[in-house]
Design a binder for this molecule. Structure first.
Ligand code: ACO
Length: 401
């Protein structure tokens, strides 16, 4: 094998780090993770405290602006977000171009990307005011767009947002309400929804956030960047794992079948993995999974739902946590392991799970994108590569090949 770099006398040094396991791509003051200790802080505040005491609107403000808002600041922020919840009426015709059975994440990629064709007054990334308006628009419109994706899939009419409701309450009504009846938001469901949004709001430089930053580094408009993030989130190794985790738990069905699936996950000849288990950064409990594990029991109990899938999840967790394979590889439940159980209890079909993740993560993406664009030293993201192809050779005409 000829090393082509030697042929050219190329001595330039770079790091070779597939999957970026030990490469920091940026400086950031938004989120801190200690994967060994299982710690997650947003602007210094522990995630369990935020999930228990805060609201998604407050956490959104915190991520965007760096500090918790005063009462007046929070009211103003909520008012601003409320003002932007409507989408352009022409966007509804855009939906009708999708097949009725389209995956809602496919719709999300298209519709969010298309926002840049509707809101020209907030695509100048060099103007901080336009950047803020675009950020507010994205956070505000995401529940409307996500609910419309759901309504389209079930063939029901779209519902306009109602701005007297909370962020979560408004989303629930647009999703599950019908024009003929008054939809009453159940406070248990509203609270669970808000908690799930908080727990998914940001997670530093994960694959989708890095995608948003990379897309944004070229100067692309924020709507296009968030659409790129949504596309990346869709994969089953990332946001799509919540859908895959619940499907897996339902497939297992009963606790007596768990050993069979544990054995499959450990078998290197079988591509099967325990979905909702393992994490690139957490080599301990994902703190979000801890909150959701408790919330799953609370929500199902309060809603009077007896879903056997919760029993399968609990037993699977216990068996895996005591199995040498999972102990040695430090594989613990991640945020996706229990979220599906709660979302299913609320009434969402599995195809909507990743959409909800995207909805909540939008605030993190937007905060990270703003942080990057505001940095005067920001450069276009351009990774290097280790070339392994052929050495230079001469072209051979087609009749001689
Ligand atoms: N089940 C069984 N084995 C696993 C699992 C799993 N869920 N996760 C990792 N492993 C094993 C791998 O086979 C590998 O074994 P090896 O060293 O013998 O080859 C070892 O653990 C390390 O796994 P990697 O894939 O190298 O770890 P990486 O950090 O690249 O991947 C990931 C992390 C993608 C999350 C992985 O654990 C996984 O696929 N989990 C299941 C999908 C999932 O739940 N994704 C959601 C992540 S959280 C989020 O995005 C919100």
């Amino acid at each position: 094998v000829i090393d082509i770099r030697k042929l050219y006398g190329d001595t330039e040094m770079f790091t070779f780090d597939p999957g970026f396991t030990s490469t920091a791509s940026c400086e950031s003051a938004i989120t801190y993770i200690d994967g060994d200790q299982g710690v997650l802080l947003h602007r210094g505040y522990p995630i369990d405290q935020l999930a228990e005491k805060s609201s998604f609107m407050e956490v959104s403000y915190l991520l965007l602006h760096g500090e918790l808002p005063s009462k007046a600041e929070l009211e103003k922020f909520e008012y601003t977000i409320n003002r932007h919840t409507m989408v352009h009426e022409q966007l509804s015709t855009f939906y009708r171009g999708f097949r009725r059975d389209a995956h809602p994440m496919a719709i999300m990629c298209g519709v969010v990307g298309a926002l840049s064709s509707f809101y020209h007054d907030s695509t100048d990334i060099n103007d901080p005011k336009q950047r803020l308006i675009a950020s507010h628009r994205l956070i505000a419109k995401m529940p409307t767009i996500a609910a419309m994706a759901y309504k389209y899939s079930v063939g029901q009419p779209f519902l306009y947002p109602r701005n007297d409701l909370s962020y979560a309450g408004n989303f629930l009504r647009m999703t599950f309400g019908v024009p003929a009846e008054e939809y009453v938001v159940d406070p248990v469901v509203e609270d669970a929804m808000d908690k799930i949004f908080i727990l998914h709001a940001d997670h530093e430089q994960n694959a989708s956030t890095s995608t948003v930053r990379l897309a944004g580094s070229s100067g692309a408009n924020p709507f296009a960047c968030i659409a790129a993030g949504i596309a990346c989130l869709w994969g089953p190794a990332h946001g799509g794992a919540n859908e895959a985790a619940l499907n897996m738990l339902r497939e297992i069905g009963t606790v007596d079948r768990i050993p069979e699936y544990i054995a499959r996950a450990k078998n290197k000849d079988d591509p099967f993995r325990l979905m909702g288990f393992g994490h690139r950064v957490y080599k301990n409990f994902d703190p979000r999974a801890k909150v959701l594990s408790k919330a799953a029991t609370d929500v199902l109990e309060k809603l009077g739902i007896n879903d056997p899938v919760l029993e399968v999840a609990r037993e699977l967790e216990q068996i895996a946590l005591n199995d040498s394979y999972f102990i040695e590889k430090k594989l613990y439940p991640n945020v996706d392991f229990y979220s599906g159980v709660i979302l299913s209890a609320i009434g969402f079909p599995t195809e909507m799970f990743t959409v909800l993740f995207a909805l909540a993560r939008t605030v993190g993406w937007v905060a990270q994108w703003n942080e990057m664009i505001s940095d005067p030293g920001q450069k276009i993201g351009r990774p290097r590569q280790l070339y392994t192809g052929s050495a230079q050779r001469d072209y051979v005409s087609v009749d001689k090949r």
